[in-house]
Ligand binder design. Structure first.
Ligand code: UDX
Length: 438
C-alpha cells in the first residue's frame, strides 16, 4: 500500500516513519522546503528518541520519501493523513486554515478514490469541514472518505506509543474506509491492540475527552498537593493510596508545577471553546485549566517563601523542556517560572540536556550553564523543574560545596526528603512537608 502524510511536524513525521517501519510506502509532504531538504538527508529537526534511526532506515530501504509537491503526495496514495497544525486563535478555538488548505490541495490533484484521514488533534466537526472543502473544490465528483484517526502519542516515547498503543480509534462512515485503515494497522492487530470504530465526530471527541481527562487528573492532584501542604499530609502517599483503586489508576497523579506541552493546554482551550459554541460550558475542563495556571503562581510563592525573597538572589533551575526526553518548550512551566523570577529581580542560572539553547533564546536573561553543578555555582537555591533522569541522582556533597546556600526546591518530588536532609540540604517539594537539613 502507498500512503502519504501531509505535514512533517511531530505527529506527521512519527506517523510517516512508523508506517514505513510497518512495511508501507510512505511519502511525507511539507511546504517547508528547508525542512524537506533536511529530512531527505535523514536530519530530523526535533529531538525524539529513536526517530532519527527510523527515518534513516525508511530512507535507506526506500519506503520513506519526502517532497514539497502536494500533487506527488496525492497521486499514488490510497490513504492521505493530514497532520498539519491547528494553532489556537485568540479565543482559544483552533485555526483550521492549514487543514482546509490541504483539503483544497487534495481535491485539486485526486484522480481516484482516497481515504483522507485527520491524525493531529482537530476540533469536532473538522472531518465534515474537510469534506465540504474537498467537494467544493473538486472539478468532477470523485469518491473519497473522511476518517478521524486521532494520535495519542506522548513526546519522549512517541515511537513506542505508536507501535504499542493502548487502542486505535477509527472514526469513519464507510466500511471500505474502515477496512483500509484496519489493513494499514495490521501489525497492531497482530499484537491484539483494541480497535475502537465509531463515526467521525465521536472519534474526534474521544481525543479531546481523553486529553482533558488526563489534564484534569493532574490539576486534581496538584490541588490536593496544595491542601496536603496546609494540613501536613504527603501527596505522594495520597496519590498512591488513591491510585491502587483500579477505578482511579496510578498514572497522571504526580503533583508538580503544572502541565505544559503542545497538547493539554491547547486541547483544554479548544474543548472549552467547543462547549461555549454549543451553549454548554465545559466546567470541569475550565477548572482544570484555571488550577493549572494557579499552580505556577503557587510555585513562585513557594520559591519566594523558601528563599526569603528572590530579588537579588541567584537561583539555579534544572530542566527547562515541558517534560523530560524532549526539547519542546511549548507551554513549559520552566519558561514561565524563569520569566517570573527574572522579573522579580533574581539572577537565573539554567541547565537542560536538550532545550538549553532555545530556552535562552526565548529568555535571553537566563544564564546558560554546562551542567547541573555549573548551574548551582553561587546559587541560593537549586530548583528542579523538569525531572530528567540525570537530575535524579545528584551529588549533594559537590552541590553543597559550590552553592551559597544548601536549599533544594524539588518541584517534581523526585527525591526522598530524608536523603536530601541527610546530605545537609533543606528540602522543599510539592505537597509534602518541607524538611530541614540534619
Ligand atoms: C499528551 C498525552 O499524554 C498524549 O496522549 C497526547 O497525544 C498529547 O498530549 P505529551 O504532551 O507529550 O502527551 O506529554 P505527557 O507525558 O502527557 O505530559 C503532559 C504534561 O503533564 C507534562 O508537562 C508533564 O510534566 C505533566 N504531568 C504529567 C504532570 O505534571 N503530572 C503527571 O502525573 C503526568
Amino acid at each position: 500500500m502507498h500512503i502519504s502524510v501531509i505535514g512533517t511536524g511531530y505527529v506527521g513525521l512519527v506517523t510517516g516513519a512508523c508506517f514505513a517501519e510497518f512495511g508501507v510506502n510512505v511519502t511525507c509532504m511539507d511546504n517547508d522546503a528547508k525542512r524537506i531538504a533536511r529530512l531527505e538527508k535523514g536530519d530530523v529537526p526535533f529531538y525524539e528518541p529513536g526517530i532519527t534511526e527510523l527515518v534513516a532506515k525508511g530512507l535507506k530501504e526506500n519506503r520513506l520519501s519526502f517532497t514539497t509537491d502536494i500533487a506527488k503526495a496525492v497521486d499514488k496514495a490510497l490513504v492521505i493523513f493530514i497532520a498539519v497544525g491547528t494553532p489556537p486563535k485568540e479565543d482559544g478555538s483552533a485555526d483550521l486554515s492549514f487543514v482546509e488548505e490541504v483539503g483544497r490541495g487534495i481535491a485539486r490533484y485526486m484522480t481516484g478514490y482516497k481515504v483522507i484521514v485527520t491524525k493531529s488533534t482537530v476540533p469536532v466537526g473538522t472531518g465534515e469541514a474537510i469534506r465540504a472543502v474537498i467537494k467544493k473544490t473538486q472539478q468532477e465528483p470523485i469518491r473519497f472518505d473522511i476518517v478521524s484517526n486521532p494520535e495519542f502519542l506522548r513526546e519522549g516515547s512517541a515511537i513506542e506509543d505508536f507501535m504499542r498503543p493502548n487502542r486505535v480509534v477509527i472514526g469513519a462512515d464507510s466500511d471500505q474506509a474502515v477496512a483500509i485503515m484496519k489493513d494499514l494497522y495490521r501489525p497492531l492487530y497482530l499484537i491484539e491492540t483494541p480497535f475502537v470504530v465509531t463515526d467521525v465526530p465521536t472519534a474526534e471527541l474521544i481525543k479531546y475527552a481523553s486529553n482533558a481527562f488526563l489534564a484534569t487528573k493532574i490539576s486534581f492532584i496538584n490541588e490536593i498537593a496544595n491542601l496536603c501542604e496546609k494540613v501536613g499530609a504527603n501527596v505522594q502517599m495520597v496519590a498512591k493510596g488513591m491510585g491502587l483503586d483500579h477505578r482511579i489508576g496510578s498514572k497522571f497523579l504526580h503533583a508538580g508545577p503544572g502541565f505544559g506541552g503542545s497538547c493539554f493546554p491547547k486541547d483544554l482551550a479548544a474543548l472549552i471553546q467547543t462547549g461555549e459554541r454549543n451553549g454548554l460550558p465545559m466546567q470541569i475542563a475550565s477548572a482544570a485549566s484555571r488550577v493549572n495556571q494557579n499552580q505556577l503562581r503557587q510555585m513562585v510563592k513557594k520559591i519566594r517563601e523558601a528563599t526569603g525573597d528572590v530579588a537579588g538572589k541567584t537561583l539555579a533551575m534544572l530542566g527547562l523542556s515541558f517534560k523530560p526526553n524532549t526539547n519542546d518548550l511549548r507551554e513549559a512551566p520552566a519558561l514561565a517560572l524563569g520569566q517570573e523570577l527574572l522579573a522579580a529581580g533574581a539572577a537565573v542560572r539554567v541547565y537542560d540536556p536538550a532545550a538549553l539553547e532555545e530556552a535562552c533564546r526565548a529568555l535571553p536573561k537566563l544564564q546558560a550553564c554546562r551542567d547541573a553543578y555549573h548551574a548551582a555555582e553561587g546559587a541560593d537555591a537549586l530548583i528542579i523543574v523538569t525531572e530528567w533522569n540525570q537530575f535524579r541522582n545528584l551529588d549533594f556533597e559537590r552541590l553543597k560545596s559550590v552553592m551559597r546556600r544548601p536549599l533544594l526546591l524539588d518541584l517534581r518530588n523526585v527525591y526522598d526528603p530524608q536523603r536530601v536532609a541527610a546530605a545537609g540540604f533543606r528540602h522543599v517539594s510539592v505537597g509534602r512537608p518541607p524538611l530541614d537539613p540534619q
